[in-house]
Design a protein around this ligand. Structure first.
Ligand code: HEC
Ligand code: HEC
Ligand code: HEC
Ligand code: HEC
Length: 504
């Protein structure tokens, strides 16, 4: 090949073609650069606050004026249409789906009403409407303390900032009915000034302190799970820390595993309630989603809650975090397929397989527990002594704690399938042991037949069996919802209209 300058000398048009070509390229590059700068300005524009508010602004719509994309996607948590095989966003009446739960929780508020969680948008509506908070009116008080509001609303950090945590927890639930108004939102997870992730709940901060860990030193990736661990954890109400207060505490002092929490409760002699049939000193597991997740393979590979439940999306050239927190099965491409190459159907089958298998054994354990409670009642009826029953009741306590630990953590079977199976199988062993001991004791007491299994085929039959007057509970609640809730809303709105918000 001849050198270029010789070519140009022979054919001058080639020089011009090169010159024009280069100019064209420079022009196109210029266009690209200007488009990038424009997008940057756009991004800056989108992130320039249009209103100023402080950290304790509880209204999501106010924060949403500055961040409309995140806010709009958050509002989608109000969509209740998606249902998966075991979970989803619709209201599922778990007592109707599985009436044995009524017997397992006999003597405890959960036997009246237990619905599966919906989207964050509904947190306030659902706690107002559940039978578990009762119908406090005309001088009556709720059976629940104010502590129950703790994981429901950005009004909680607002109120805690005024009075401190202990005084927030103090008193019965209805006394803050007109104060806690807004569904879980921005102020629960974000710093108003920087929009960085922020831990707003003292219970998590205190739990880390008690474990000797500094929460300020965790990585950004860990924060993407820890904001969820403010609420999606096992907890209990400690009545010995501050006089007259049901103080919210996580049972993590000796570690975050199921076994460590059980040993912790045993050591401090804590019980949530005494079972009304077996008289066993029971524990109610809440929702140890975070603790179980930490034992799974995703956690060990550094995958956070937000990676699966809040994946990024793009809209109009902007990448942002999808705040529609929901079942990932409704959004497999963004939730899973950024890391896994498998087809959607295969990944969904992986989830359902794990759930099916763990729930198969969980159901076995559930049936054993119903029988153990009934057999223990029979033993009491035949005159068993406290000493004869003590070991048996402790085994029932441990077996049901294990069942509940997995059942109450709705995503457990996928968050950590191996640990979930282990917990269920150790529960089955304990339930079986309690029943062997019960069979021996019943024989000593002169009973060698089979304790009859009652007809608990529907929620209504099971509730009648344990002696609940559902008619009364439901009609009281109806009046409470019609009369009291509108007053709370009116009072709350009047207060909120005076909050300082200024536009920039
Ligand atoms: C302030 C407490 C709180 C925080 C923080 C919180 N949650 Fe929740 N979450 C709840 C409550 C309460 C519900 C149930 C609401 C209802 O049923 O009314 C819920 C429900 C859910 C559901 C069920 C939604 C559905 O459609 O069924 C998912 C999934 C979920 N949360 C995931 C997360 C993740 C992931 C995080 C962290 C990024 C998180 N949550 C942070 C309290 C919280
Ligand atoms: C349950 C916790 C939670 C709640 C509630 C929440 N966020 Fe977020 N938000 C996150 C997480 C997690 C991220 C990802 C942050 C990261 O990785 O740095 C995020 C990111 C953001 C960002 C950074 C840009 C982006 O999209 O990644 C903005 C802005 C934001 N959220 C606004 C809001 C607003 C407005 C609300 C209320 C409507 C809200 N968030 C409610 C957890 C939450
Ligand atoms: C940020 C990356 C990431 C995301 C998002 C992610 N995974 Fe994974 N997943 C992994 C890694 C890494 C492993 C471990 C595989 C290994 O190390 O060989 C894994 C393992 C698994 C396993 C086998 C382990 C087990 O626990 O049984 C299954 C099943 C799985 N993922 C399903 C899912 C599903 C379903 C989703 C969406 C809801 C998802 N993953 C989202 C990275 C991810
Ligand atoms: C690897 C992805 C992945 C990670 C990480 C993950 N989850 Fe999940 N989560 C799932 C899947 C899949 C389901 C099952 C959804 C179903 O059955 O519809 C689920 C279910 C749930 C549910 C019940 C959802 C419902 O519809 O009622 C909650 C609550 C939940 N996860 C919270 C969390 C929290 C909190 C964390 C972090 C501590 C977390 N998840 C981490 C994938 C994940």
């Amino acid at each position: 090949m001849r050198p270029l300058n010789e070519n140009i000398r022979k054919r001058p048009w080639l020089g011009w073609a090169l010159f024009i070509g280069t100019m064209g390229l420079v022009f196109l590059l210029g266009l690209l650069a200007s488009s990038i700068t424009e997008r940057r300005t756009e991004a800056l524009f989108a992130y320039t606050p249009s209103v100023k508010h402080d950290q304790y602004e509880p209204r999501n719509a106010v924060w949403g004026q500055n961040f409309p994309r995140e806010y709009q996607s958050y509002l989608n948590t109000s969509d209740t249409s998606f249902v998966s095989k075991y979970n989803g966003a619709a209201t599922r009446d778990m007592l109707e789906e599985d009436p044995r739960l009524v017997v397992l929780w006999a003597g405890y508020a959960f036997s009246k009403d237990y619905k599966q969680g919906r989207g964050h948008y509904y947190a306030i509506e659902d706690i107002r409407n559940t039978l578990r908070t009762g119908a406090p009116m005309e001088g009556q008080v709720s059976p629940q303390p104010n502590t129950c509001w703790s994981c429901k609303s950005p009004d909680v950090p607002r109120l805690m900032a005024k009075t401190g945590a202990a005084d927030f927890y103090r008193g019965t639930w209805e006394t803050k009915g007109a104060e806690v108004m807004n569904g879980i939102g921005c102020a629960d997870c974000h710093d108003a000034e920087t929009m960085n992730l922020r831990i707003s709940r003292p219970a998590l901060l205190e739990a880390f302190e008690n474990m000797g860990r500094d929460i300020n030193k965790v990585s950004h990736q860990e924060m993407r799970s820890l904001v969820c661990a403010q609420c999606h954890v096992e907890y209990y109400f400690n009545k010995k820390m501050v006089d007259g207060v049901a103080y919210l505490k996580f049972p993590w002092d000796d570690g975050m595993t199921m076994d460590a929490a059980e040993a912790y409760y045993d050591n401090i002699g804590f019980t949530d309630w005494t079972h009304s049939l077996s008289r066993a000193p029971m524990l109610k597991a809440q929702h140890p989603d975070y603790e179980i997740y930490t034992t799974g393979v995703h956690a060990s590979r550094g995958v956070s809650c937000a990676d699966c439940h809040m994946p990024y999306i793009s809209e109009g050239g902007q990448k942002f975090t999808n705040h529609h927190i929901q079942s990932p099965i409704n959004n497999m491409s963004a939730s899973c397929q950024v890391c896994h190459r498998e087809e959607t159907a295969q990944l969904v089958a992986d989830i359902y397989n794990r759930q099916d298998k763990i729930i198969e054994n969980r159901n076995v354990l559930e049936e054993l527990l119903v029988r153990a409670h009934l057999e223990a009642k029979k033993a009491w009826d035949l005159g068993a002594s406290e000493a004869q029953m003590a070991d048996i009741l402790q085994m029932i306590r441990h077996a049901q704690w294990r069942w509940d630990y997995v059942a109450a953590s709705h995503g457990a079977s996928i968050h950590s399938p191996v640990e979930s199976s282990r917990i269920i199988s150790t529960g089955i062993t304990r339930a079986q042991e309690s029943r062997i001991k019960l069979a021996r004791l019943l024989a000593v007491l002169g009973f060698t037949g089979e304790v009859p299994y009652p007809d608990i085929s529907t929620k209504a039959k099971a509730q009648e069996f344990i002696g609940l007057d559902m008619k009364q509970l439901n009609s009281d609640k109806k009046i409470f919802i019609e009369k009291i809730i509108p007053q709370w809303i009116k009072e709350g709105e009047a207060r909120e209209s005076s909050y300082p918000v200024s536009s920039n």
